[in-house]
Design a binder for this molecule. Structure first.
Ligand code: PLP
Length: 409
């Protein structure tokens, strides 16, 4: 739980949020490399295990380095939000070993055997595989449908009484599909569903799903939150304290997908410059999108800041800025994609996203090479589709690298 709810600017929160004074007067919270914590007395041990006294017990349950990152991110998601009485909202966050671990804890602490999840296409690959390969053996089913037709969604929820969760991810790969958080969360809650949102692409700086009736927000902190590509991590944030302190904490502890002090330290360190980084990521991405949109070798640019994107209006409504992710299609198809990647001299050819450097990938020849072509096209991944996470380099250098790589021979 966040400790201080003083009115702070977002930038101040990035730097100071969640920090607690250290007993040895260390400026930064140290990396707590210890697996266990010492009890002063048998009495204290009893009180702690009963939950009557707060304190650290065992590393899998958390430590001060992890706690700082958790509180900082919980405060970011709550930033500026108020309840009906005008009081600031407070959330609880639990840091995990990865985005997938956070998503797993969320799913397994909320959905029971015999129930179903309603969601949409183009989820993060790992989440999709979880739904396809792990959940069915637990008798948890999934209905995947276009969530833009609200009447159809409502009919589906009405006729499938076993749906208990609505799972949203917005924006999503590869064409930056957006889901209307306000409309869907309110529909989901109207039918008593648990509504959750993967906010990794947008980050709390650009989009706060808790503004709407969302119950849980997940992030892969590996991406923009860490921002430097130094650690894998994930976070699960919830508004229902009883549930967060109860079944969610229990599930997190027992599944064992806990984070560690080093990863938490580098995450907190990255978060100090988070808002500054996001501003530059976003302004660079807008310039890249505008440049590519006019390039003769490019047939299509998928960027939420371009008016021709089908979800431009949804993004305008729920995001502070269209973000730093984009994709585009090369006229020359598969071969052009491979050649383009090979010619890059500045931008980094790698999967993942949200790091300081610009990351570029060609899904057809890498992440989706094993997916049959028809299936791949169905997902919107054409032969010449290039995905780009726009970094913080000097914009002219990024544009020059693109220009050189897009030119023939
Ligand atoms: C990367 C990612 C994940 C998974 O996170 P890991 O940290 O790799 O486990 C989940 N959702 C989205 C949208 C992602 O980009």
């Amino acid at each position: 739980m966040t400790e201080h709810n003083k009115l702070m600017g977002f930038e101040t929160l990035c730097i100071h949020g969640g920090h607690k004074t250290e007993s040895n007067r260390a400026h930064l919270t140290p990396i707590y490399a210890t697996s266990t914590y010492v009890f002063d007395s048998a009495e204290q041990a009893v009180a702690m295990f009963k939950g009557e006294e707060k304190g650290y017990i065992y590393g899998r349950f958390g430590n001060p380095t992890i706690n700082e990152a958790e509180d900082k991110i919980a405060m970011m998601e709550a930033y500026g939000l108020k309840n009906q009485n005008g009081e600031p909202l407070q959330f609880k966050a639990i840091l995990h070993a990865s985005g997938m671990a956070a998503i797993t804890t969320m799913l397994l602490s909320n959905v029971k055997s015999g129930e179903k999840i309603i969601t949409h296409p183009s989820l993060y690959g790992g989440t999709q595989e979880m739904i396809d390969k792990i959940l069915p053996s637990l008798h948890i089913g999934t209905i995947i449908m276009d969530l833009h037709d609200l009447d159809k969604v409502e009919q589906t929820i009405k006729t499938n009484k076993d749906i208990s969760m609505m799972y949203l991810e917005t924006p999503a790969n590869p064409t930056l599909q957006c889901i209307d958080l306000e409309a869907l969360a309110s529909l989901g809650k109207q039918y008593g569903l648990t509504v959750c949102a993967d906010n990794t692409f947008a980050t709390p700086y650009l989009q706060q799903p808790f503004k709407y009736d969302v119950d849980f927000v997940m992030h892969s902190t590996t991406k923009f939150l860490n921002g430097h590509g130094t650690a894998i991590g994930g976070i699960l944030i919830g508004r229902d304290m009883e549930k967060m302190n109860g079944i969610v904490t229990k599930t997190h502890r027992l599944l064992g997908g806990n984070s560690n002090a080093f990863d938490a330290f580098v995450l907190t360190n990255g978060l100090r410059t988070f808002s500054l980084r996001m501003d530059r990521h976003c302004s660079n991405a807008m310039k890249v999108a505008q440049y590519l949109d006019k390039h003769p070798a490019v047939t299509k640019v998928n960027y939420l800041g371009l008016e021709h994107h089908p979800h431009f209006a949804i993004a305008q409504k729920q995001m502070k800025h269209p973000g730093a992710m984009l994709s585009f299609e090369l006229k020359g198809g598969f071969d052009a994609g491979v050649q383009f990647i090979d010619k890059l001299q500045l931008c980094t050819s790698a999967v993942s996203l949200g790091t300081c450097d610009t990351l570029i990938s060609h899904p057809a020849s890498t992440t989706h090479v094993g997916v049959p072509r028809e299936k791949r096209l169905e997902f919107g991944i054409s032969d010449g589709l290039i995905r780009m996470s726009v970094g913080l380099e000097t914009i002219e250098d990024i544009l020059n690298d693109l220009e050189n790589s897009l030119s023939k021979s």
